[in-house]
Ligand binder design. Structure first.
Ligand SMILES: [Zn+2]
Ligand SMILES: [Zn+2]
Ligand SMILES: [Zn+2]
Length: 318
């Protein structure tokens, strides 16, 4: 059951720029709920389809903003999942405040860039007196894009605005306190909205607030866990090829195949449960992934003399 609810799954529709675009099964549940709402806006089927397509494209462009920004700073972005509350980009930016903030800001920035285009279409439509249906469609696109922009910029974790706020707090207070504070604010606001949505019987607001509050809870738990791991003992002998820090001791990694918890440096080459090899090991400190052989088990470097070939080899490992 829990597997069905996992949002990082979904039917892959297509793949573009190295990112899988998937549709979650819950779309099927949401579509019948959306049709009466759409009927109020546009009367005929082709325009309902046009509205739905525009919504799909706008959400997709927003999520691609996150995904491409994440890749631009060296992070990974493999999947975008569309579900009834919009889209989710599964991105892992390097754990640095500016990298995280840029990755989160890029989604709303896409909507901001689209604003002048939609307004130009609106004024052109008005001056050329296009059909009533086309004008209603353009208005729909203008409004939905502005709503996406405004909603995502609300400074409440896990919304983009809340994650940008977290990045700014990170600069001032550090990685763990920033996550704790931003997700605590998100949880508080989420619970308030949840109560209001229940009081006013607003189904979609209730679902959105429930999801937000759950994500904020996860953020707080992550912050506690991260604090414990980062302040714990380190394993000497290995260093991250990116940030050069020694990895923490403990089963802080998960097998990519069976999700079994493991210590990537004790079980360096295979998962103890399913024997799947560790193809990449993510750094707990900076979030960058590297294959096991790039995490050098550094012996103390021999003192010089070294000849050219060895010098090049040693240099390559630094
Ligand atoms: Zn976003
Ligand atoms: Zn690192
Ligand atoms: Zn495994």
């Amino acid at each position: 059951m829990w597997k069905l609810l996992r949002l990082n799954s979904g039917l892959r529709v297509f793949r573009i720029l190295g990112v899988d675009v998937c549709v979650h099964w819950s779309w099927l549940l949401a579509l019948p709920l959306c049709v009466p709402f759409r009927n109020q806006i546009a009367q005929t089927t082709p325009w309902i389809v046009a509205d739905a397509t525009a919504l799909f494209v706008l959400v997709l462009l927003h999520e691609f903003g996150h995904a491409l920004a994440c890749k631009s700073v060296g992070g990974t972005a493999r999947r975008i999942v569309l579900w009834p509350l919009g889209g989710l980009a599964f991105v892992t930016p390097p754990q640095r405040p500016w990298a995280v903030s840029w990755c989160m800001a890029a989604g709303p920035l896409v909507n901001l860039a689209i604003v002048p285009l939609t307004l130009a279409a609106f004024y052109l439509g008005q001056s050329f007196e296009v059909s009533h249906d086309l004008m209603a469609f353009i208005e729909f696109v203008v409004i939905v894009n502005l709503l996406l922009l405004a909603f995502n910029l609300l400074p409440f974790y896990p919304l983009d605005g809340g994650q940008i706020l977290r990045g700014l707090l990170w600069l001032a207070f550090g990685r763990v306190p920033s996550l704790l504070v931003a997700s605590a604010i998100g949880l508080f606001v989420g619970v308030v909205v949840l109560v209001l949505a229940a009081a006013f019987w607003n189904f979609w607001l209730f679902v959105t607030a429930l999801f937000g509050a759950m994500q904020a809870c996860t953020g707080m738990l992550q912050a506690w866990r991260l604090r414990r791991i980062l302040s714990g003992p380190r394993r000497p002998g290995f260093v991250c090829p990116n940030c050069r820090r020694e990895p923490p001791v403990g089963d802080h990694w998960r097998c990519e195949k069976c999700a079994h918890r493991l210590d990537a440096f004790v079980d360096r080459f295979a998962c103890p449960k399913c024997a799947d090899p560790n193809r990449t090991i993510p750094c707990i400190d900076c979030g960058m992934k590297a294959p096991p052989e790039e995490w050098p088990a550094l012996p103390p470097l021999p003192p010089v003399p070294v000849f050219m070939g060895a010098a090049a080899q040693i240099k390559g490992r630094e």
